[in-house]
Design a protein around this ligand. Structure first.
Ligand SMILES: [Zn+2]
Length: 157
């Protein structure tokens, strides 16, 4: 069942401002060590059936699909964490955790120490279920190991 939280949790370590890469970005308000909690990724939750039944237009980058196949739409009721942009060489990551009620929570945290004012990035590792080519999701993160796309790397085994 989709559930909208009444209040979003605070993200005091995150400031939203114009990004150097794309649109708005999230920036550290202070120096943070590695594995510092930035906040929970919040928003309206949808079941896989609800996701399939909707037209999402351009909102792809606010959608986060969890391991239990629920999807969080950060565009509705989300907090500052939804503004983290993608980078192929990120300084943050998203980790799942379970709360007392057994609900999957999505935590955003740093993976390396960051300085105050640093822009925060995660690797979106998008999957294009409709078979869109990687060029439909171009990446301009500018890191030396940039894949050129926000899609997840193709697994070669
Ligand atoms: Zn890149």
């Amino acid at each position: 069942m989709a559930k909208l939280r009444k209040h979003t949790s605070p993200t005091p370590c995150v400031r939203v401002a114009p990004s150097g890469v794309h649109g708005l970005g999230a920036f550290a308000t202070r120096a943070l060590p590695a594995f510092a909690l930035l906040g929970l990724y919040e928003g309206r939750r949808y079941s896989p059936q609800e996701v399939a039944a909707r037209t999402w237009d351009d909102q792809l980058t606010y959608l986060f699909t969890l391991s239990n196949q629920e999807t969080i739409d950060g565009a509705k009721g989300g907090n500052g964490t939804r503004h983290l942009n993608h980078a192929c060489d990120p300084n943050c990551e998203a980790v799942e955790e379970y709360d007392d009620a057994g609900q999957v929570l999505l935590k955003f945290q740093t993976i390396v120490p960051v300085e105050a004012g640093d822009e925060l990035f995660i690797d979106y590792c998008l999957t294009a279920d409709d078979g869109s080519p990687p060029s439909d999701y171009p990446c301009r993160c500018g890191s030396s190991n940039c894949r050129g796309t926000m899609l997840a790397p193709v697994e070669t085994s």
